[in-house]
Design a protein around this ligand. Sequence first.
Ligand code: FES
Ligand code: MG
Length: 591
Amino acid sequence: MSAENVSRRLRSQDWFDNPDHLDMTALYLERFMNYGTTPEELRAGKPIIGIAQSGSDINPCNRHHLDLAKRIRDGIRDAGGIPIEFPSHPLFENCKRPTAALDRNLAYLGLVEILYGYPLDGVVLTTGCDKTTPSALMAASTVDIPAIVFSGGPMLDGWHDGELVGSGTVIWRSRRKYAAGEITREEFLDAALSSAPSIGHCNTMGTASTMNALAEALGMSLTGCAAIPAAYRERGQMAYRTGQRAVELVLQDIRPSHILTREAFLNAIRVNSAIGGSTNAQPHLMAMAKHAGVELTPEDWQVHGFDIPLLANVQPAGAWLGERFHRAGGVPAIMWELLQAGKLDGHCATVTGKSIADNLENRQSTDREVIKTFDEPLRERAGFLVLKGNLFDFAIMKMSVVSEGFRSRYLSEPGREGVFEGRAIVFDGSEDYHARINDPALDIDERSILVIRGAGPLGWPGSAEVVNMQPPDYLLKRGITSLPTIGDGRQSGTADSPSILNASPESAAGGGLAWIRTGDTVRIDFNQGLCNMLVDEAEISRRKAEGIPPVPANGTPWQMIYRETVTQLADGATIRGADQFQKLSKTLPRH
Ligand code: FES
Ligand code: MG
């Protein structure tokens, strides 16, 4: 199909070719002449394709999109479209304080306004760093404009002293070694910096690689797009093809609402288990589903995701990094396994114009060291366990990273397998944790559970990746590298911590975590998905009179607006009420 045979009047023509409003059309057209665009181009009825540019100097993970956009433009032009590139709000996971999570909804809002209010017929969403993917897909869904995800790809594999060092995972590992006195400060820094050898986003299966994989699993990017390392030539080729395809999506009027169905989201949940994906996928998929008008429940993670085995031998749940994962077949090879096992809905539509099943033809992996078969996985039942009780209505635990050592220490006590009781050590925010974790008076031992609160969307604000708390130095020196942790915040997708996280409602919203005290016994029943503090109702009522533990004041205007509007992590931490706005591109804004 070529641009010439589009019969439908394009959205952008209401701006550039509107005989009823010649004055406005003149105004709309004239300033694009500034960079040499001609009125003939803009009035030719060619699809105008936005390139939502998420790269900049302030988001190094996505910065190479500035170069890749040239190939996206080539693809758009060759397919008969006109590219218009614009910046989206930067979201740099590692650097934004108090947390990049605060800005996901801000980036979403910004992109909605651009896609709705400017003369665009379709959009290429450039993605990479953690929240760049969900914010972009959330916006594309709200506007329901033809859209396609183009991932930037992970960095090359990092090496240090002959060992693979992955983004994030090297930090958690080195932090333990440093606390145990095994390495110096310089060695810590050296190892950490070696994990970032090139352009690209985190090379582990952290939140960035996870969310790009899930965008592909949802059907929103070309097949094989997610895992191509940023520096590979295939990345540039994928940019070109994505640009071409964006034009065809407009001509064929294929919109996110045709692709982002409930079945597509359930596929994504299953793929997340199989890749050992990030716990951040839970709020992000929930948010994307909300804006797509799809009903997804917190329990869907348990019902559809928990029993799926771990197939990707990639850090943090496995051994390898992005390059090897890509060479082993990447996301399509994982999906191929799930499809053969009957665990994927192959009928789902995708941006390729074909079904998932069609896209996956001949995508079987040949590298069984990195991508396991469904029948001989790296680990059985690798999804998220969903828990509830008097501490929260909802929390998740990522089972794929729970080590054998931890399982045998905590989950295999004869006679009460899967049940654990421990003494709570409660911290109010990460400053409190850092100040007191090594305090001998807390008497932390193997039977302790570390609890952190004030780390949720309202409390932090934005919800922080702080639940993966490491044990005190004296336990690390004894070889106890992890304790069970519970929190109303999140944890890094690269962490291998056995944490119960994303607890909702959070302490700052009056959730049960607000009423727990150091010394309380917490009982976790993994078989029944229950997590309770063994404190009687009368005592809880007494504590309620003491009030909710305080959280920091708003630091910026957006923090104020965010806190006034945000939902809990169980609900995706979306903007309350924003999901009433659906399919905005169907009606044009006034001019
Ligand atoms: Fe940007 Fe990990 S910090 S991808
Ligand atoms: Mg992170």
